[in-house]
Design a protein around this ligand. Structure first.
Ligand SMILES: C[S@@+](CC[C@H](N)C(=O)[O-])C[C@H]1O[C@@H](n2cnc3c(N)ncnc32)[C@H](O)[C@@H]1O
Length: 245
């Protein structure tokens, strides 16, 4: 295993993250998951890989949608422990996404949900993903939006006189690389890349970009949960579907 950070095995982070994910109004549930599955092709009979599978909830959904086989991999032993205990019959393995050389076989669809911003070398990652796809296969992934990962001091908002978010403070967009952020705990390492760097990595790896989504909350979501109006100023997520020909 490489020296990649494994923050999800930090007990304080693990408990904090679990609480966030239990919230039915989380951005993951309201914005990211619907967009991820909107990008999904028909999974009937498909061989599927999930990179950074976490608790394995998406893996279970891939099966429910007809996948023939599903493998979930993650760097975190604690996340995999939950995945194995909650999803019997699915294969879960410990693997660092920074080095996919140990992956065996080829896949029809490779998913990666909200883990790509933890990868240091996205060009190498895209090459490895492309090499693990069957011809005609799909790579579908989501990550924190590049406007979110940009500020070296972390994402922040200018407030209006009433203390509501007025606009996002964008800095450091072109200053790419490692970000040492505070999210649940201090010193969470993520990587910032520009939009074009992300897309060019996919293109250079022989993947044709078919569709992008930057999820925007519906009016219903904003009227029920006004805090989501911030996402009209700056999306939280970037998602892509790319295809190997
Ligand atoms: C935000 S969670 C998302 C989990 C799951 N994909 C989902 O959407 O519910 C990010 C996951 O990526 C995993 N991860 C982070 N860095 C990784 C790496 N280098 N290799 C493999 N998994 C990694 C974490 O352990 C964690 O389970």
């Amino acid at each position: 295993m490489s020296a990649a950070q494994n923050i999800y095995d930090n007990p304080v982070f693990f408990d904090g993250y679990r609480k966030l994910r239990e919230n039915p109004d989380s951005a993951n549930i309201l914005l990211e998951k619907p967009a991820l599955f909107e990008l999904s092709p028909d999974l009937t009979g498909k061989i599927v890989l999930d990179l950074g599978c976490g608790y394995g909830k998406n893996c279970a959904e891939f099966y429910r949608r007809g996948a023939k086989s599903v493998v979930g991999v993650d760097i975190s032993e604690k996340m995999l422990e939950v995945a194995k205990s909650e999803n019997h019959g699915i294969r879960f393995e410990r693997l660092d996404m920074n080095d996919l050389s140990a992956l065996k076989g080829k896949f029809d669809v490779i998913f990666s949900s909200l883990a790509a911003h933890y990868i240091e070398d996205f060009d190498k990652f895209a090459e490895a993903v492309s090499g693990s796809l069957n011809s005609g296969g799909y790579f579908i992934f989501s990550q924190e939006h590049p406007l979110t990962t940009a500020p070296v001091k972390g994402a922040s908002w200018a407030k209006d006189a009433d203390g509501n978010a007025d606009h996002y403070i964008l800095t450091d967009y072109g200053n790419t690389g490692e970000r040492n952020t505070s999210w649940i705990v201090d010193s969470v390492i993520k990587y910032h890349r520009t939009f074009s760097e992300i897309l060019n990595a996919l293109i250079n790896a022989g993947l044709a970009i078919e569709k992008l989504i930057e999820p925007i909350p519906s009016r219903e979501i904003i009227s029920r949960l006004p805090g989501y109006a911030k996402d009209l100023h700056k999306p939280s997520f970037l998602l892509a579907r790319a295809r190997k020909y």
